[in-house]
Design a binder for this molecule. Structure first.
Ligand code: ACO
Length: 317
């Protein structure tokens, strides 16, 4: 992937929001319906509980509204809405439905790059800013529970529902995005798939093995383009698929896992929502200050991978 051209118009995140369904499903509750245990799920994945429920459009409206409120923006000021989801409510028009419910007057489109989708959407939004948009709402939402086979113990403990959103606003100067990478390897599509109308089928160990490799590869490309070394990264915000994948990726990147944002224990794998949910948690717990370097990195079905390096607050130290 190319480096950012010098002089490209930049942006910063000016607001964020999250939405999770009310219903909590614990590992013990799952173990009451299938041959598994809290101990197995926690040890193999890091997940203790997950949130189940809602619709992709409904959760997106909730997180999007919060992001607009935090940014202090009237809906009419948004120039574009990008919705990342791999579990749309409708074949098309999901972003448009969110646009309508939020009273936005702008273009709105869906992006589907599975669990890498939020970073794909965020990079796309920066491209829109470079082309003249001033304010873009980016939402990552998935309702994976609707495409989960609840009789399959190999996948059911992993997947869940949620939404996260950010508003990015144009700034004078380069802004927050220092480097980015979008990647795909369609030859690996069969190892993680869902037929239209079907449920998730996965070769877990093969996904695990490749996930670590493509996350590390993508993160290294973004850091190279950004001119940033791993020791300078204040916070890694990884896709929340499995704590052991996060640990292995951090080890290979040379970044202590203590510098990773982790919410998988309470959210499970929420696909497009997992990176914005983890980032929002880190922001709200005071882990990020102006000038800090963030490395967002995800992987997903396709297989896809995506990463970017952000300087929080843009050029402000
Ligand atoms: N409870 C108890 N035992 C289980 C369960 C369960 N829920 N699931 C599998 N097992 C058993 C298996 O049957 C197997 O038993 P055996 O040894 O008698 O054959 C044993 O546990 C080990 O199974 P593995 O598949 O080897 O377990 P592993 O350590 O690989 O963990 C897991 C499985 C958690 C799925 C792991 O492979 C993983 O996380 N893979 C990556 C998944 C992922 O990240 N997916 C992302 C999707 S992103 C997107 O785009 C949707």
């Amino acid at each position: 992937m190319p480096a950012i051209r010098p002089g490209a118009r930049g942006a910063v995140i000016s607001g964020w929001g999250t939405a999770l369904p009310e219903k909590i499903v614990t590992n013990d509750e799952l173990a009451a319906t299938m041959d598994t245990s809290d101990e197995w799920i926690q040890a193999r994945t890091g997940i203790k509980e997950r949130r189940i429920g809602g619709t992709t459009i409904g959760l997106s409206v909730d997180s999007g509204r919060q992001a607009l409120e935090m940014a202090g923006l009237e809906p009419s000021r948004i120039d574009a809405l990008v919705l990342s989801t791999t579990t749309p409510d409708w074949q098309w028009g999901n972003a448009a439905a969110v646009q309508n419910e939020l009273d936005l007057f702008c273009g709105a489109f869906d992006v589907n790059a599975a669990c890498s989708g939020f970073v794909y959407a965020l990079v796309t939004a920066h491209g829109l800013v470079a082309m003249g948009a001033d304010r873009v709402l980016v939402i990552g939402t998935d309702t994976l529970s609707r495409i989960t086979d609840w009789d399959d113990r190999a996948t059911a403990p992993l997947f869940a529902d949620g939404s996260g959103a950010v508003v990015i606003e144009s700034v004078d100067g380069p802004g927050q995005l220092l480097g980015w990478d979008l990647d795909a390897d369609g030859s690996a599509l069969p190892i993680l798939q869902a037929d239209v109308g079907g449920t998730i089928k996965m070769e877990g160990q093969e996904v695990f093995r490749r996930a670590v490799r493509i996350m590390v590869d993508s993160a290294e490309k973004s850091m190279l383009h950004a001119g940033v070394h791993p020791e300078e990264v204040k916070l890694v915000v990884p896709h929340q698929a499995n704590i052991r994948i996060i640990q292995a990726a951090c080890d290979r990147l040379g970044i202590p896992i203590e510098r990773a944002a982790v919410v998988i224990d309470t959210t499970g794998n929420t696909s497009s929502a997992s990176i914005p949910l983890a980032m929002a948690d880190a922001l709200e717990t005071g882990r990020v200050q102006n000038g800090d370097l963030l490395l967002l990195v995800g992987f997903g079905g396709g297989m896809t991978a995506a990463s970017c390096v952000l300087r929080w607050g843009g050029g402000v130290e």
